[in-house]
Design a binder for this molecule. Structure first.
Ligand code: NAP
Length: 333
């Protein structure tokens, strides 16, 4: 059997280019004691992958030059030399951008997933890392209360769509910020958001004035930059800002643009707090049960954007930064 792997060939400056990757074909070795061979079915494409390509201190080690690019994935065990996993088990773990993972299950955090409960790709979205980010980031850091106004950016994406729906479940008024009329229509018509701002078609300050007459109590920030700065001018007393991500800044070749309106935090006795999803790993199971319940009741909808073929990886990754994905972006291998 042959494996196709995408290796990190160079650290990008600005937007990743095709030459920052090397695509190789190698033989799939047999599993050694304690190892498994997993055939990868779906690979998760996440904005965080851009950060993992950079040198420097972060919440996780950078991917080394020449190493297989790190990525979450779901697949099926086809060979096992460990009692913990059997042939036929379906698993989630950081398999990387490759067709087969061969190695220790522990090294990539494998846990079993059940394709009879949900389609495999859903374990990369609402029932996976982005869903957990939304759940813990909103409920434990955003602390939304019934009747409050919650604003979320990147609202039609993997994390943002779940944040807004959970905020609705908790009785909040929810406004989504997304790029394009189609995405905004989807937020209101399909996901039940109260309103939406198309930041590409409407001035963000005007949009916030139009949709948040009573100010903003919780802002779940996925994008940073100018949108964060604009929301800061509309926050209420004791508002909570969840710093989840800043995709507008990830490909900068100059310094990250910080919020010039941060003194609004002082005036409003408000706070901004960063989150990293992995900190909640011990409680994922509990959250997944509650989220699966909401899905079964029709209160939480999932949307995946599936692109076929591992060979599309360099271009598919860039869809995230161009706003071309509509829902959780995955590659079907
Ligand atoms: P996603 O929202 O599914 O996809 C990215 C979206 O970002 C694009 O579809 C695009 O939507 C928007 N975008 C791209 N460039 C933008 C820009 N310059 N300004 C405004 N919006 C822009 O991605 P995701 O997986 O859910 O991740 C969302 C954010 O959460 C990212 O910042 C990610 O790094 C972060 N995250 C953090 C954690 C954590 O533990 N802290 C975990 C997971 C994800 P539009 O069409 O609306 O522009």
């Amino acid at each position: 059997m042959k494996n196709t792997q995408f290796l990190l060939a160079a650290r990008p400056e600005g937007e990743p280019k095709k030459t920052d990757w090397e695509c190789v074909e190698v033989d799939v070795p047999a599993a050694q004691d304690g190892e498994v061979v997993v055939k990868v079915h779906y690979i998760s494409l996440d904005p965080a992958m851009r950060g993992w390509m950079n040198e420097g201190k972060s919440y996780i080690e950078p991917v080394q030059i020449g190493a297989v690019m790190r990525a979450g994935a779901v697949g099926e065990v086809i060979e096992s030399k460990t009692p913990d996993f059997s042939v036929g088990d379906h698993v989630y773990g950081h398999c990387g951008v490759q067709k087969y993972y061969v190695g220790s299950p522990k090294a990539v955090g494998f846990h079993k997933v059940d394709p009879n409960i949900a389609p495999l790709e859903r374990y990369l979205g609402v029932l996976g890392m982005p869903g957990m980010t939304a759940y813990f980031g909103l409920l434990e850091t955003g602390l939304p209360k019934e009747g409050e106004t919650v604003v979320v950016s990147g609202a039609a994406g993997a994390v943002g769509g779940v944040v807004g729906q959970i905020a609705k479940i908790k009785g909040c008024r929810v406004v989504g910020i997304a790029g394009g009329a189609d995405k905004c229509k989807y937020l209101v018509d399909e996901l039940g958001f109260d309103d939406a701002i198309d930041y590409k078609g409407e001035d963000i300050h005007q949009g916030l004035k139009r949709t948040c007459a009573k100010g903003v109590d919780v802002y779940f920030d996925n994008v940073g930059g100018d949108i964060l700065d604009a929301v800061l001018t509309r926050i209420n007393m004791r508002a909570r800002i969840v710093v989840c991500g800043a995709i507008s800044q990830y490909n900068n070749t100059t310094a990250v643009k910080g919020p010039s309106n941060y003194l609004s935090l002082l005036i409003n006795r408000a706070r901004m707090e960063g989150i990293v999803v992995f900190d909640n790993a011990a409680n994922y199971g509990k959250a997944a049960v509650e989220m699966a319940g909401w899905i079964a009741e029709g209160k939480l909808k999932a949307k995946e954007h599936i692109v076929e073929g591992i060979e599309t990886f360099p271009e598919t990754l860039m869809m995230l930064f161009k706003g071309e994905n509509f829902g959780k972006l995955v590659i079907k291998v």
